[in-house]
Design a protein around this ligand. Structure first.
Ligand SMILES: NC(=O)C1=CN([C@@H]2O[C@H](COP(=O)(O)OP(=O)(O)OC[C@H]3O[C@@H](n4cnc5c(N)ncnc54)[C@H](O)[C@@H]3O)[C@@H](O)[C@H]2O)[C@@H](O)CC1
Ligand SMILES: Nc1ncnc2c1ncn2[C@@H]1O[C@H](COP(=O)(O)OP(=O)(O)O)[C@@H](O)[C@H]1O
Ligand SMILES: [K+]
Length: 465
């Protein structure tokens, strides 16, 4: 499994400062950044006219270096400066650009627009003139490139301060990924994300991009129980628990049991249905992990089932309806285990209300909920993140928007519980599940159903073995 650092602006500045203290100058870093971006742009700039918009800080400095590197390679370049270069390094880069710099009054027609107005230093919305400059010129170019970040995006949160920004074709993350590269709403703007390395050391960081996991196949002498046994608690709507079971059967566990009196025609022959008392199912010593929530309902029976799961002390995944029924008291009366919560945006809001969490962003809500409950929190959506107590946040490359189909969340929950039963700690189980879910969706292409997604899971798993 690969974990690439994802940094806040403060962590990025600290890493740059450490490099500077160790003897690499800011000028050298700017040169690496600008030349790295220019090399990427050259790959698609053949015969094209490039316009570089430069701001006052070091993001603008990158722009002058990019422009000079492209100019030297014979690319047709024009540079438009919003204002004078304000940092010494950006001013030096401006002086080293051996051609004219145009004022921000001129609109420039061209093929590729390179946005170097603001990066991690953005501290307020773009002034109207800067915003108009960006929007007007983006409309006059076919391809739009963001250097480090689209100007107007807040690096730590992904917030867009100016309401409207262009859609970018490429975003070059300088040195390291930043939170905004994976958080909504900015994530939807970025186009292809490319990291341009600067040779910096990062040490402990607050976030990681979770790459392809490395699950292990069953042991040579594995049997169904040693591979992991899952119980999925059924409820009022049978389809959701069946979908979760279908996914769990294909994500590593050796034995998946649906606990309930389900006689639904969609129950496959290879799924064990146990209509016996839930306490007995949960009391099975061989049982490794439980999922409750998909199709559960929210009545008294559902609540009693949820309490039984807490009382059993088994590691559990709580999804869907279970997230509406969970109370802080349930955690207090049961053995403290590291469970997994899989809320979408609405369920995350409900949980924050239930646990008295008052935070503004998805990132902060998920982090605080993980700390408060001791659970791993997979906060779903177009920018799924996984938070765990005292651990860096896990980010993911964006998954297919075709996942926005009913039942795909049930599938995810089934994969999480399956990976837990297969022996993965909760943080790994949740992260692997999010990755596998995204990979299965990628393989399926457009307009798949949740059932097809569940059945694709073994092919997603196969890519990791
Ligand atoms: N510091 C370094 O060593 C390196 C920095 N790099 C580049 O430098 C960027 C960060 O540079 P800076 O810290 O100079 O910041 P920016 O270039 O992002 O912003 C410049 C300055 O503009 C002002 N400002 C912020 N928002 C504004 C607004 N809406 N309107 C007008 N002025 C505003 C602030 O004072 C800010 O410091 C990174 O994103 C990256 O592109 C890279 O070249 C790598 C090396
Ligand atoms: N636009 C999107 N891009 C990427 N993933 C998405 C998008 N919309 C939804 N998803 C994913 O699809 C799943 C939907 O889960 P959920 O909202 O619980 O749906 P349901 O309850 O219908 O199963 C989540 O894993 C979520 O991250
Ligand atoms: K920028």
């Amino acid at each position: 499994m690969t974990l690439e650092p994802v940094l806040t602006a403060e962590e990025m500045r600290a890493a740059e400062q450490r490099a500077i203290t160790a003897g690499t100058s800011e000028w050298e870093l700017l040169q690496s950044a600008g030349k790295g971006c220019a090399a990427e742009i050259t790959a698609f700039a053949n015969g094209k006219r490039v316009t570089v918009l430069c701001g006052p800080g070091n993001n603008g400095g990158d722009g002058y270096v990019i422009a000079e590197a492209l100019r030297k390679k014979g690319v047709s370049v024009r540079v438009v400066a919003l204002t004078e270069a304000e940092t010494p390094t950006a001013a030096k880069a401006r002086d080293c650009y051996n051609s004219d710099v145009e004022s921000a009054h001129s609109d420039v027609e061209g093929d590729i627009l390179v946005d170097c107005l603001f990066g991690t230093g953005l501290s307020r919305p773009l002034d109207p003139d800067a915003h108009h400059l960006l929007m007007r010129n983006a409309a006059l170019h076919q391809t739009v490139v963001a250097v480090d970040l689209p100007s107007g995006v807040v690096s730590n949160t992904g917030e867009i301060l100016n309401g409207e920004l262009p859609k970018y074709d490429y975003t070059f993350a300088l040195g390291s990924w930043k939170n905004a590269h994976f958080l909504m709403p900015s994530s939807a703007l970025l186009g292809k994300r490319i990291r341009v390395g600067l040779g910096l050391e990062f040490g402990d960081v607050s976030g990681h991009l979770f790459g392809k996991p490395a699950p292990t196949p069953p042991d040579f002498n594995a049997h169904k129980y040693s591979r992991g046994m899952v119980a999925i608690v059924g409820g009022e709507m049978h389809g959701a628990a069946i979908l979760a079971s279908e996914a769990a059967m294909r994500a590593g566990a050796g034995y998946v049991k649906l606990a309930g009196d389900t006689e639904h025609p969609a129950v496959p022959a290879d799924l064990v249905v146990d209509p016996g008392p839930l306490e007995e199912v949960l009391g099975d010593k061989r049982l490794d992990a439980v999922l409750i929530g998909p199709g559960l309902g929210r009545n008294d029976t559902a609540k009693a089932k949820l309490e039984a799961v807490f009382v059993s002390g088994k590691p559990a995944v709580f999804d869907a309806d279970a997230l509406h029924l969970i109370t802080p008291a349930m955690f207090e009366t049961s053995e403290r285990r590291c469970h997994v919560l899989t809320p979408h945006e609405g369920e995350l809001a409900v949980l924050c209300e239930a646990f008295g969490i008052d935070r503004n962003t998805k990132l902060e809500k998920a982090r605080k909920l993980a700390e408060t409950t001791g659970c791993v929190v997979a906060a779903k959506g177009a920018d799924t993140i996984v938070a765990a107590p005292s651990a860096p946040i896990r980010f993911f490359k964006p998954a297919s928007s075709w996942l926005s189909a009913a039942g795909t969340g049930d599938v995810l929950a089934g994969v999480v519980v399956s990976r837990m039963a297969a022996g993965e700690p909760p943080l790994e189980a949740a992260s692997q599940a999010v990755w596998l879910h995204g990979e299965a969706a990628r393989q399926l292409g457009p307009a798949f159903t949740a059932g097809e997604l569940a059945r694709q899971m073994r092919h997603a798993l196969a890519t990791c073995l």
